[in-house]
Design a protein around this ligand. Structure first.
Ligand code: NDP
Length: 494
């Protein structure tokens, strides 16, 4: 076959693919074998640090198309959300706690990160397959993740540590219920929903603001593994979800999700029955019925996993005109945390990599730094008198500027009513949303997890009280399961 000659990374024809340059066939290797040295040095530097969370993932390219009859102009002026608009995008799905080589099918929330290459710059929505989260203040995020990852001493994950954190932070109950339900083990990445989870602000062309929540509903239908099925797949193929997504797209079976929005006029916030910026709560559909906006379709596999999936950098701080943050404390914390991790993990100029590079023109005054390959050129400062870019504050300054008053304080966000507690929504999830089969599975999953050898008796009592606070029958079923488990173990040891 007529193949091109191998070259060094400088494009110089390489002398050999097979043999190092030596003095005689058995002799020492010569330092001037530049290609060999380049191969060894480059190999040693192949890895960038893996993500501390969401390390294991799969990604694909696609498009997002707004329905021609969408009513979005009433709520946002964001160009890519106007009726009929089609925008290129990239999606990355992931587990949370496991490392790069860990199994796809373990019980875990799934990341659901989207990058829209809009004409007004990149818009990133960095969500999960759950509409809520374990904690509501960014001060608790690192502690939460530490409790879910490996212990310092054994280097192993520890269910006792996980329940210790959860039971001491009752705000986690809603998300732990989701995690222990069948949705904790999605069958494929195509069969799960994605949620922006936080509350965001949309602003229309008239300057009116709305608080909103994003729901990407799978068009493939929700489908989950039972715990046993998930365990089986974990044993057989660690990359099961990655393979499924790839094969579906390769076979022309393009997965899609319909975007539905919940929309709350800003003047309804103060009188709402709970704090709508609390990331551990959903907005009930009956209060704010989801409205269909558009569809995202994934239709192209990455051609280079490292370049496109591993180096994809999503950050909630990438918001385009017509979309702004909200007082959700977790969101505000993440606005800092994501770009910070990318600078550490990939380097200061991660935005210039093809997967992260906006399709829109970049005219910033940032320059130089490691791996920068293109600068804006002169002038390098603003203001200047030589025709450099200038920011039009009138057009692009913050549109929504609510008045906020208060003294510096460290306290939970304001509760709106007694309903604004950690368990009310979990009770309705348990009593009204789950089928009896799903309840049985959830109890069995809790018992399986809290029944692990390392979980102490004292911790098991705390687990029972945690679920009894949601519903007496749930607490009783968990208690019965844990006791039956303990009796069985005692029997085994006799
Ligand atoms: P609804 O009856 O209107 O909605 C319940 C929603 O729960 C469904 O629309 C579906 O949302 C989701 N759901 C259904 N089955 C399951 C399941 N097995 N596991 C997880 N979620 C499921 O009630 P409300 O809106 O008043 O919510 C009641 C409770 O439902 C909430 O407290 C929350 O626990 C849960 N829930 C609510 C969501 C919301 O945004 N309002 C979203 C998800 C769960 P979807 O189609 O988005 O999956």
């Amino acid at each position: 076959m007529d193949t091109p000659n191998t070259t060094t990374d400088a494009g110089i024809p390489a002398p050999s693919d097979d043999h190092s340059l030596t003095v005689g066939s058995d002799g020492p290797i010569l330092l001037q074998d530049h290609y060999l040295i380049q191969k060894m040095a480059q190999f040693n530097r192949e890895r960038v640090p893996e993500r501390v969370v969401h390390a294991k993932g799969a990604g694909a390219h696609g498009t997002f198309e707004v329905f021609p009859d969408a009513e979005t102009p009433a709520w946002t002026k964001a160009d890519f959300l106007q009726p009929g608009k089609k925008t290129e995008m990239f999606a990355r799905f992931s587990t949370v706690a496991g490392e790069l080589g860990s199994a796809d099918t373990v019980r875990d929330p799934r990341g659901f990160s989207l990058k829209f290459y809009t004409d007004e710059g990149n818009y990133d929505l960095v969500g999960n397959n759950t509409p809520i989260f374990f904690v509501k203040d960014p001060n608790k995020f690192q502690d939460f993740i530490h409790s879910q990852k490996r212990r310092s001493d054994t280097g192993r994950r520890d269910n006792n540590m996980q329940w210790d954190f959860w039971t001491l932070r009752r705000e986690s109950t809603h998300q732990v219920a989701f995690l222990m339900s069948d949705r904790g083990t999605p069958r494929t990445l195509r069969n799960m929903n994605g949620y922006g989870s936080h509350t965001f602000t949309w602003i229309n062309a008239e300057g009116e603001a709305f608080y909103v929540k994003y729901h990407f509903k799978t068009d493939q239908g929700i489908d989950n593994f039972t715990a046993e099925e998930a365990d089986q797949h974990t044993m057989v193929d660690a990359d099961f979800h990655r393979a499924d997504l790839w094969n579906a797209i390769e076979g022309g079976n393009f997965p899609s999700w319909t975007l539905e929005m919940q929309i709350m006029p800003v003047d309804e916030v103060d009188d709402y029955r709970f704090n709508p910026f609390d990331l551990t709560k959903v907005w009930p559909h009956s209060d704010y019925p989801p409205v269909k906006i558009g569809r995202m379709t994934l239709n192209r596999n990455p051609s280079d996993y490292f370049a496109e999936v591993e180096q994809a950098a999503f950050e909630p701080s990438n918001m385009v005109p017509g979309i702004e943050a909200s007082p959700d404390k977790m969101l505000l914390g993440r606005l800092f945390s994501y770009p910070d991790t990318h600078r550490h993990r990939i380097g200061a100029n991660y935005m210039q990599l093809p997967i992260n590079r906006p399709k829109a023109e970049v005219n910033s005054y940032n320059k130089d730094g490691q791996m920068r390959y293109e600068n804006p050129g002169d002038p390098v400062y603003a203001p200047n008198s030589v025709g450099g870019p200038h920011a039009d504050e009138e057009r692009f300054g913050e549109d929504f500027t609510p008045t906020v008053q208060g003294h510096f304080t460290r306290e939970p966000a304001r509760q709106h009513s007694p309903e604004d507690n950690d368990t009310a929504q979990v009770t309705s999830f348990w009593e009204q949303v789950l089928t009896e089969d799903e309840r049985t599975n959830m109890v069995s999953n809790i018992v399986g997890h809290a029944g692990a050898d390392e979980v102490t008796d004292e911790m098991k009592e705390r687990v029972i009280s945690y679920w009894t606070d949601v519903a007496d029958d749930l607490g009783k079923r968990v208690a019965d399961g844990l006791r039956a488990d303990a009796d069985e173990t005692a029997g085994d040891n006799r």
